[in-house]
Design a binder for this molecule. Structure first.
Ligand code: SF4
Ligand code: SF4
Length: 67
């Protein structure tokens, strides 16, 4: 089974950190430029919280029917 994992649209993301805050699995981190990136999607359990809280619709979890 393929687990849907998050993707960030870097052109829309404002690095507010909301997705990282709600992710229980610590899939997000900040890079050297302090931008939020997907650092580790191996623990993602596809809850969709990150996509729901993003104010810019910049994070998506492809393959999920309801996010
Ligand atoms: S919630 Fe959206 S805008 Fe904020 S850091 Fe995450 S992807 Fe970027
Ligand atoms: S879908 Fe859930 S577990 Fe996966 S990155 Fe988003 S908040 Fe974290």
């Amino acid at each position: 089974m393929v687990v849907p994992v998050p993707e960030i649209d870097a052109s829309a993301c404002i690095s507010c950190g909301a997705c990282a805050t709600v992710c229980d699995q610590e899939c997000f981190a900040r890079d050297a430029d302090n931008r939020v990136v997907v650092a580790d999607d191996s623990a993602c359990w596809s809850c969709g919280h990150c996509a729901r809280v993003c104010p810019r619709d910049a994070v998506s979890v492809p393959g999920m029917s309801e996010v």
